[in-house]
Write a protein that binds this ligand. Structure first.
Ligand code: MG
Length: 299
C-alpha cells in the first residue's frame, strides 16, 4: 500500500499572528518562519501584502521576505487582496500568492471593504496578472461554513466561488472555516461538491478550533479528498470578528494525529512543538496547542 501523505501549509506567521496584541518584530517573524521551515514545513504562509495601516501586525512584509533563509527549499506564500498587493508580492519574491474571497457579503465588506462580487472581480484581475508573471495563485473561500454577520453560509455560494476561482486559473482552492463554526458532517457534505466543480484545482482546507471541532473537521476533510491542510504552529490565530476564538488548529497537534494514523506530513513533531512553545513565549501567551505540554507518544 502506498504511503499516505497530506501536505501542510503552515499559516502561523500570517493567520497566526495577524490578530495578536503583541506584534512581533521583523527579526522575530523571520526567526519564526525559519524555525517552522527547519521543522519541516515546506509551504508557509509567510506574509501579507494588505495595507499595514489596517493590519499593523503584518507590517514589514518586504523586510521579512528579504531576511528569510531560503536554503530549506520551502515555498513562501503571500496574501494579496488587490493588484497593488500582487505587485508588492512579486517584488518581494514570494513563491505563491493566496487571495481570500469570502462567501458572505457582510464579512467581505467589513474585512475587505467590498462585496463578494467585487472581490471575485478583483481576484480575476489578480489571477490574470499573476498568470502573466508565472506566479501560482490559490484562493481561500472564507466564511465557508458560517458567517458572524449572516449566519449559515449556503453551500451553493461556496461551490460557485470555487467554480469561478478554478475557472480563472487558481491552482488550489482552500475551503475555510474562518470563525470555527463548522462540523464534520458539513465538511463531508461540502467537499465532494467543491471537488466536482473545481476539478483540476487542488483541494485544501483551513480550520479554526473555536468550538473544538477543528481537528475532527481536518480529519474529515482528509478523508473526503482534501490533499492540503492549513494549520498554525502553537495553535495561535484569531479573527477580529470571532472574539474569544482560540485559534487555528495547531500544526503540532494535527501532525501528531496524522502521524499516529499513518499519514505522513514531513514535519518533525518535536521541533514543531518546541517552536509552538517558543512562539508562546514571544507572544506572552500559553499556546492553545497541547502537544508541547503533553509531549508525543510513545515518548
Ligand atoms: Mg484563518
Amino acid at each position: 500500500m502506498a504511503a499516505e501523505h497530506v501536505e501542510i501549509v503552515e499559516v502561523g506567521p500570517r493567520d497566526g499572528l495577524q490578530n495578536e496584541d503583541r506584534p512581533l518584530s521583523v527579526e522575530e517573524k523571520v526567526e519564526l518562519i525559519d524555525r517552522v521551515a527547519a521543522a519541516g514545513a515546506r509551504r508557509i504562509e509567510a506574509v501579507s501584502f494588505v495595507n499595514p495601516r489596517r493590519v499593523p501586525q503584518m507590517a514589514g512584509a518586504e523586510e521579512v521576505m528579504a531576511g528569510l533563509d531560503r536554503t530549506f527549499g520551502a515555498s513562501y506564500i503571500g496574501l494579496v487582496l488587490n493588484r497593488k498587493g500582487l505587485d508588492r508580492a512579486l517584488e518581494a519574491g514570494v513563491d505563491e500568492v493566496n487571495v481570500a474571497v469570502p462567501a458572505t457579503d457582510e464579512f467581505c465588506r467589513r474585512n475587505q471593504g467590498c462585496s463578494v462580487a467585487e472581490m471575485l472581480a478583483a481576484y480575476e484581475d489578480i489571477a490574470a496578472a499573476a498568470a502573466a508573471a508565472a506566479m501560482p495563485v490559490s484562493v481561500t473561500v472564507s466564511t465557508a461554513f458560517g458567517c458572524p454577520f449572516e449566519g449559515e453560509t449556503a453551500p451553493e455560494r461556496v461551490v460557485e466561488i470555487a467554480r469561478r476561482a478554478a475557472a480563472a486559473g487558481a491552482v488550489e482552492i482552500a475551503i475555510a472555516d474562518t470563525i470555527g463554526v463548522g462540523v464534520p458532517r458539513q465538511v463531508a457534505d461540502l467537499l465532494p461538491r467543491v471537488r466536482e466543480t473545481a476539478d483540476g484545482a487542488r483541494l485544501r482546507c483551513h480550520f479554526h478550533n473555536t468550538r473544538n471541532t477543528g481537528y475532527a473537521n481536518a480529519l474529515t476533510a482528509y478523508e473526503n479528498g482534501a490533499t492540503v491542510l492549513d494549520s498554525s504552529v502553537g495553535g495561535f490565530g484569531g479573527c477580529p470578528f470571532a472574539p474569544g476564538a482560540t485559534g487555528n488548529i495547531a500544526t503540532e497537534d494535527l501532525v501528531y494525529m496524522l502521524q499516529r494514523s499513518g499519514v505522513e506530513t514531513g514535519i518533525g513533531l518535536d521541533a514543531m512543538a518546541r517552536t509552538g512553545t517558543w512562539l508562546g513565549s514571544r507572544l506572552g501567551k500559553e499556546p492553545p496547542a497541547l502537544l508541547g505540554r503533553a509531549g508525543g507518544f510513545p515518548g
